[in-house]
Design a protein around this ligand. Sequence first.
Ligand SMILES: Cc1cc2nc3c(=O)[nH]c(=O)nc-3n(C[C@H](O)[C@H](O)[C@H](O)COP(=O)(O)OP(=O)(O)OC[C@H]3O[C@@H](n4cnc5c(N)ncnc54)[C@H](O)[C@@H]3O)c2cc1C
Length: 538
Amino acid sequence: MLIKIRQLLLPLNYEDKDIKTAVAAKLGSSEDILSVIKIIRRSIDARKRRETPVFSVTAEIEIKNIKGFLLPDNVDIEQIKEKTVPAESNIGRISRKPNSPVVVVGAGPSGLMAALVLAEAGLSPLLIERGSPVKERTIQVSQFWKKGTLNPESNVLFGEGGAGLFSDGKLTSRSKNRSGVRRFLKTLVKCGAAEDILIDAEPHLGSDLLRQIVQSFRKLIEINGGEVRFHSCLEGIHIEKNTLTGIIVNGKEIETEHCVLASGHSARDIYTMLAGSSVMLEPKSFAAGVRLELSQEHINRAQWGRFAGHPRLGAAPFRLTFKKDKLHRACYTFCMCPGGTVISCASSHGALTTNGMSLSKRSGKFGNAAFLVPVDPTDYPAQADEVNNYLAGIEFQEKMERNAYTEAGSDYSLPAAPLSGFLTKKYPDILTSNRSWKRSRPADLHNILPDFICETLSVAIPKMLSLMDGVVPEETLLYAAETRSSSPYRILRNESGESVSVSGLFPSGEGAGYAGGIVSSAVDGIMAAEAVIRSLSS
Ligand SMILES: Cc1cc2nc3c(=O)[nH]c(=O)nc-3n(C[C@H](O)[C@H](O)[C@H](O)COP(=O)(O)OP(=O)(O)OC[C@H]3O[C@@H](n4cnc5c(N)ncnc54)[C@H](O)[C@@H]3O)c2cc1C
């Protein structure tokens, strides 16, 4: 007999043998009748009403001797016919070869996954990436962080691995395409990630592991027949009769009838290029605000209480939202990096944005998260002509980024201020040395962010932090400006995943405006590749 048990509660320091004991106790049976036990999901339950945080596990169990066994009447326990075999999206191979190479633009999660799926289908895709491969990019980023030397083509946002290479590597996603999520996570495991990411509710990799995994990912694409070209920038597209016929890369044309465009949402030159073509875009809402930094010890205490510091719990995350009332904007936390560091990011000269990153152990002294306020296209003025109207969202973001750059001394130091200074508008001349990002300078954040964002943050942040016992608002530092949490545009697609106005162009990932985050962008890449394969199978 096969059984699935949900909400199997295990102590924090459980060992493998304890699982069998817990299953037997929940079933009211002897341990002897249990054979294979497979954990398929694991999360930490640390809700305040619990005295002790526990692991809550979903498991499948085979019962070898059912004589005399009665299935308990419990909503958490059900008999199942067969083991859950997670659905694998596998669209098969193509029925005809295209006349020209299939090109994927961008080696972020979306482009990498699209290229792999295309390669596995036998299409030998060409993946082009404007930035450098991981090792070279890591040196370029370290030069930027140490000295402020920016390479606009290869930086924290551009290059192999995409925008999230220097990140916390959180792999959470609300994607409904569970088979796509599974396929991506299994690929990560194949490339060196721990198998735990397949069962943990909130898996993460950390920037150190991501760097190794992304390089193995590239090799996997190549082994399957794909080609990866770095320092190759898409500059234009050729369209004839609403159909893609070629692309311009580093000034030269490459003929192609199929292009997966996965250039991310920091590639503002791509939006400018598209806005001047017949590819249809529409502005969408996004969000902006600050990156807030706290002592991780205080966060752990607020979240885990007296269990803070338990090795199985690690550094605690948090997620907060606040909305004063219907008339006011919401504020929400985003991309929390436990035990991480705040970082500075830039992809063009004279404009600066902030974000967060952590290593696999998440052992840093600080935790940080973006505190964001939604921004709607009605928040920035319409421009006179059609092309510039499309670009008004970019201009809105860039204005904050230019302000951030100049406000902190025009050398890519991050502007920062204590929360108390932000709330009272009395900004101090020095910053506490107790902060993760040393290359930061005291600044007036009101000179960087629009009033409506400052006003919302001023009301919301104290309320939000008050929900976290043990957090000391006086020790809280804000860095600005957090501007690139999501795309300001959607590149409109039809049901088959192609641009609504140009066939052969498959916009994908975060830059297309249909995904956000590493996992959902990768899953969108799978769907774009499958759409290309489908178009070659009909
Ligand atoms: C610092 C940071 C931390 C983050 N942390 C997390 C996290 O922990 N978890 C999470 O889920 N998400 C995180 N994100 C968001 C996540 O990284 C993105 O959602 C995801 O990378 C988007 O994937 P993508 O492939 O669509 O685009 P991108 O990752 O942006 O990749 C696009 C790629 O296209 C390339 N490109 C751009 N223009 C061109 C061109 N013209 N020609 C050729 N190539 C081009 C770029 O160089 C880039 O490599 C983080 C983002 C940042 C910046």
